[in-house]
Design a protein around this ligand. Structure first.
Ligand code: ZN
Length: 682
């Protein structure tokens, strides 16, 4: 009997209950072989029309995504050794395939012929943009370089991938390489019950008495925020701030210094090979921001506005810490602790107090109700869909005309073998293939506390915001009208614009009119009292100046590091960080701190010369929301306009054009400043 590989035979939704680790490598090899055959057939036939060239490649991309997506997803939410091994075995095969495709000179010539031929003018703007962007991608992959330099480009790319993964591994090892063992309960004073239980569990796992604190976020952050023991805070801060460096208690064991120097040098060389002055310039080639000077102007302008506010906030905090505990000099390890005490005192509101008002089922009803009022879509649960765990629910999304627009899985609760955090992932992307129209399917994944006894899962307000955020990404993926995988939904959307739909949705978590739809006590059904709503809103901007300058410090450091790199002088990492701090920072970390050595976003992730994207997209989302503020936060016609001009368009047009279509003008920073309690621009 022949074994049927469900990854290769599936017709619609992935059969999650039957996918096994042993199916993964054969399926990926098969689909890559098919993809190579398609590419070869397309180039051999010499087609230069959309139908003969781009369409088969778009369909190939769709099939690859459809088969790889459930593998990647299961790896993240139901991890076990054999699946992880199969997943990891496929990664280099996929990387090789994409590098090979990017440097395929025959394909590049065919796309150029399509762009220069008569058919191009007859294509709609979405397909024109796909062709233009494909040409840009070929160029950025080094396709038009002479052979020796193309080889060098490929070697650098491989080396950078290795360095990035070593960087991340060092941070991980350094994070797990240090713990503090406590036997005196006094030292835990101030810690919330959840953090104590975790520390106790860590000790039990190691066969120790008492408590063990680690540098993992769920252990580290509560100590910095709540531990009364100042020495404990300092000890953990030092270990954390020197991870993977030549400083601190683990000095030199996993030092990322050499990797940082090599990464910066190679990125600079790569950028020069494909014709850019700096890696920062290369990074902007696929972003919404037009020039490095635009990005620098944006960041320095925002810094100039936020810094005075941050200085006032810090001075006030220093006075408070002095008054409360006689602290003479407020250190980096004191700031989160006293900030939290001041916040509690001033607003008399804790996240724990809000939980009973945010039972998950009601929050979901409210969220879907808001989507219905704004975008005219109906979200309805479907039963009997095959999933990867009994906690998962499944929903379909139909529009006002009853048309099925998309479907999504919701995986809400934390559990073993599931990655932390929250995210939206694409299961199937919208695509019109020769056989059919595929509607989009998404995964929404969160890590909320599961229901206990007969209580539903109760969320903090922060978790409600997370759910709205990921649902915003989900709507972008699900409601797209673009039929081509390269530009459908979030695909092809510039990195610095992709957080617009997600951050926009967060706004409804703060509006009394919206909160009234779902914030109700899970036992009594009483609405969230108006006084609590007021305190919640008042606390929104607590220390916003300090938070903004911190984000700007990271963004400016990342951008200048890649913009000002000089091969003769090397990376000058510490020097650049010092200069950036002179400009924007108000809290000065100690000399030994080695922030860069743990900056995985930039040295091991996709944020190199792109960390600014967070704030950039916030300008867009804050400004887009002002139209809702003006016309009514639950105004359906404003919602429909946003749906038509942004959500449905995906990556089919330039993000600036989409924004202008919705807002009627280019973005202004005023709303971001106002939402953060800063001075509006003159
Ligand atoms: Zn996001």
């Amino acid at each position: 009997m022949t074994d049927i590989n469900p990854l290769l035979t599936m017709q619609g939704l992935p059969p999650f209950a039957t996918i096994r680790a042993e199916h993964v490598v054969p399926a990926v090899e098969e689909v890559l072989a098919q993809a190579r055959a398609t590419t070869a057939a397309v180039t051999a036939a010499g087609g230069t029309s959309w139908e003969s060239l781009a369409q088969p490649l778009e369909e190939m991309q769709h099939r690859l995504g459809r088969i790889w997506s459930p593998v990647e997803h299961l790896h993240a939410v139901a991890d076990e050794t054999s699946l992880r091994e199969a997943h990891d075995a496929c990664l280099p095969r996929l990387t090789d395939f994409w590098t090979e495709l990017g440097q395929n000179a025959a394909l590049y010539r065919a796309y150029r012929a399509l762009r220069d031929g008569p058919e191009y003018q007859r294509l709609d703007p979405v397909r024109q943009r796909i062709v233009d962007e494909a040409l840009k991608d070929f160029h950025l992959a080094g396709v038009d370089l002479p052979p020796a330099r193309r080889e060098r480009f490929r070697a650098i790319s491989t080396e950078l991938a290795t360095l990035g993964s070593r960087f991340a591994q060092n941070v991980l090892d350094a994070t797990h390489g240090w713990t503090v063992h406590l036997t005196d309960a006094q030292r835990l004073a101030g810690l919330p019950e959840t953090a104590r239980a975790l520390a106790r569990q860590c000790a039990v796992q190691r066969g120790l008495e008492g408590w063990v604190l680690t540098l993992d976020a769920p252990a580290y952050l509560p100590v910095l925020t709540h531990a009364r023991d100042r020495c404990l805070r300092e000890e953990m801060y030092e270990a954390y701030a020197t991870r993977a460096s030549e400083q601190g208690p683990q000095a030199g064991r996993w030092d990322n210094g050499p990797a940082i120097a090599a990464i910066l040098a190679l990125r600079h060389e790569l950028a020069r090979l494909v014709g850019f002055e700096s890696y920062a310039e290369l990074s902007l080639a696929k972003k919404m921001a037009r020039s490095t000077s635009d990005v620098m102007a944006f960041l320095t302008d925002l810094a100039a506005r936020a810094r005075p506010v941050a200085e006032r906030e810090l001075a006030e905090l220093e006075a408070y810490a002095h008054r409360r505990d006689g602290i003479g000099s407020l250190e980096a390890w004191d700031v989160p602790y006293y900030a939290e005490r001041l916040r509690e005192e001033r607003y008399a509101l804790s996240q724990e107090e809000l939980r009973p008002y945010f039972p998950l089922p009601r929050v979901l009803e409210g969220l879907f109700g808001i989507a219905e009022r704004l975008f005219g879509v109906h979200v309805r649960p479907l039963q009997g869909i095959e999933t990867w765990h009994p906690d998962i629910s499944f929903y379909e999304v139909r529009d006002a005309a009853g048309e099925l627009r998309g479907e999504f899985y919701l995986d809400p609760y934390a559990r073993a073998h599931k990655r932390g955090g929250a995210w939206m992932g694409a299961c199937i992307g919208r695509a019109r293939t020769r056989e059919r129209l595929w509607h989009p399917v998404a995964y929404l994944v969160c890590n909320f506390a599961p229901p206990v006894d007969d209580h539903p899962s109760l969320l903090t307000h922060q978790e409600v915001i997370t759910l709205f955020h990921e649902f915003g990404h989900g709507l972008h993926h699900l409601l797209t009208r673009v039929d081509y995988p390269s530009a459908a939904g979030i695909n092809g959307v510039a990195w610095d614009a992709v957080e617009l739909p997600s951050q926009l949705m967060e706004n409804w978590c703060w509006e009394p009119e919206a909160l009234a739809l779902f914030a109700r006590h899970h036992e009594t059904g009483a609405p969230l009292p108006a006084a609590m709503v007021e305190r919640l809103r008042a606390a929104r901007n607590f220390h916003s100046g300090l938070q903004i300058v911190r984000q700007l410090e990271f963004a400016l450091f990342d951008f200048r590091l890649h913009l000002e790199y000089d091969p003769a002088r090397g990376g000058r990492v510490l020097e650049t960080l010092e200069r950036v701090r002179d400009e924007v920072a108000v809290v000065r970390p100690p000399e030994y701190s080695r922030f860069a050595h743990g900056f995985t976003h930039v040295f091991a992730g996709g944020y190199a010369a792109g960390y600014y994207s967070y704030k950039w997209a916030e300008v867009l989302s804050a400004d887009a929301f002002t139209r809702f503020e003006e016309e009514g936060v639950l105004n359906g016609s404003t919602g429909r306009a946003y749906l038509a001009s942004i959500l449905e368009q995906g990556g089919g047009r330039h993000p600036m054009d989409l924004f202008v279509t919705f807002r009627g003008r280019t973005p202004r920073i005023d709303a971001l400043l106002r939402h953060n309690g800063l001075q509006p621009a003159c």
